[in-house]
Design a binder for this molecule. Structure first.
Ligand code: PLP
Length: 432
């Protein structure tokens, strides 16, 4: 580490081992746009391929620019190591594929991004991996859905459209006793929530959103907390404890702590097996773009959240609004979870129900002048979308309601413009 600071503002600039480029003394992270790396000797090459030592071999498996991003996001999340992949979708697929084979299952929260649901219900299903769903209102439902083939739990910290914060500690406690890691998709709330502090074993992000922050670049990352006890039930995790035929029978659970001095068999396997075989590598230039975003993510999250608070307070009093959906506005235990898990802000995502249903929602969207109408979240700019006529338009009315999408629901991702300008645009569009 170049810094031992625990402050996210410092970590996002200095986290990890990069201080300067050793060959040029450049301070800004260089883009190492190379596919391959000259070995020092035949022995060096043999050692790298045999995992006797770690180093650069080929950019599909690792790259120095990407490595800076991996180390910094790992530090930001309070983890010990990370692997970048080509998109958030690839991260969602990898986190499951890293532990599951045909015949295995995972238990996932019912509150998930639609792209993840498609992956789980169709592509993973076609590979023979079953996804069981549990309602995060009742953490015990995760235990009830578990059997001996359950390899992991999966959830989102702040899922939309419901914007109900997930019971991270409650579910990770259940999993840790059984040897089942909780994977948290923390895309919607970097900096303001650190799932690892509450027991998550693995954290993933779509880097495309708040971390990249400028709507320019697609990427994903998986972070290993480095503190999960994989040995509690060795039969439960065959990919960690059974010999890997593709590495001369290496047992990752035994070999990785010896090789690295860290409890990271999960993330090492993701790199040396999944990136090697499936190849969803991020490009070094994309990693570099995302590093530019990462360096200011704490400032932006602060502004996103402060603006969202102001917009929420304005909308709560607006006569054209039926309802505002926001992390802190849920009643009872679910609203309390925001206080328990979030620090320094309550998120940039918000839902509004416009009076007048679907037509009113569409009219509102068409009347916006400053906010962009896009299928994205986490851009520095404020964004809006009407799910019932776009992202969720294939669903029946019943399924729409089950997903928390009422006909007039509009999703807002509040940006970092001046709050007065965001509010003025929303106001004029509501009154249009
Ligand atoms: N996870 C969440 C919560 C998302 O919102 C998204 C994309 O919207 C993804 C994963 C997938 O990320 P990407 O678009 O980078 O593939």
């Amino acid at each position: 580490m170049t810094t031992t600071s625990k402050h996210p503002e410092t970590i996002s600039l200095h986290g990890g081992t990069y201080r300067r480029d050793e060959s040029t003394t450049a301070v800004a992270v260089p883009i190492y746009q190379t596919t391959s790396y000259q070995f020092n000797s035949a022995e060096h090459a043999e050692n790298l391929f045999g995992l006797k030592e770690f180093g650069n071999i080929y950019t599909r498996i690792g790259n120095p620019t990407t490595n800076v991003l991996e180390e910094r996001v790992a530090a930001l999340e309070g983890g010990v190591a990370a692997v970048c992949v080509s998109s958030g979708q690839a991260a969602s697929a990898f986190v499951v594929q890293n532990l599951c084979s045909t015949g295995d299952n995972i238990v996932a929260s019912t509150d998930l991004y639609g792209g993840t649901v498609n992956l789980f219900n169709n592509t993973l299903k076609s590979m023979g991996i079953e996804v069981r769903y549990a309602d995060p209102k009742d953490p015990e439902s995760f235990a009830k859905a578990t059997d001996k083939k359950t390899r992991l739990y999966y959830a989102e910290t702040l899922p939309n459209p419901s914007l109900r914060v997930f019971p991270i500690k409650e579910v990770s406690d259940i999993g840790r006793k059984l040897g089942i890691p909780l994977v948290m998709d923390n895309t919607a709330c970097p900096v303001i929530c650190k799932p690892i502090d509450h027991g998550a074993a693995i954290v993933m992000h779509s880097l495309t959103k708040f971390i990249g922050g400028h709507g320019t670049t697609i990427g994903g990352i998986i972070v290993d907390a480095g503190n999960f006890d994989w040995s509690i039930d060795k039969e439960r995790q065959p990919n960690i404890w059974q010999p890997d035929a593709s590495y001369h029978g290496a047992v990752w659970g035994d070999a990785v702590p010896v090789l690295t001095g860290a409890n990271i068999p999960y993330i090492i396997r993701a790199r040396v097996v999944l990136l090697r075989d499936l190849g969803s590598a991020i490009s070094p230039t994309s990693a570099w773009q995302i590093i530019q975003g990462l360096e200011t993510v704490t400032l932006r999250m602060k502004q996103h959240c402060e603006n969202a608070e102001k917009v929420k307070n304005f909308l709560l009093k607006h006569k054209k609004i039926e309802k505002v959906i926001y992390s802190t506005l849920h009643e009872g235990e679910i609203g309390e979870r925001t206080k328990k898990y979030f620090k320094g802000g309550n998120g940039a995502l918000m839902g509004i129900e416009v009076k007048g249903g679907k037509e009113a929602g569409k009219k509102f969207i068409d009347s916006l002048k400053l906010l962009y109408h896009v299928a994205n979240i986490g851009d520095a700019r404020s964004l809006a979308i009407h799910p019932a006529s776009t992202t969720h338009s294939q669903l029946s009315e019943k399924d729409l309601l089950a997903a928390g999408v009422t006909p007039g629901y509009v999703r807002l991702s509040i940006g970092i413009e001046h709050a007065d300008d965001i509010i003025a645009d929303i106001d004029q569009a509501l009154n249009a």
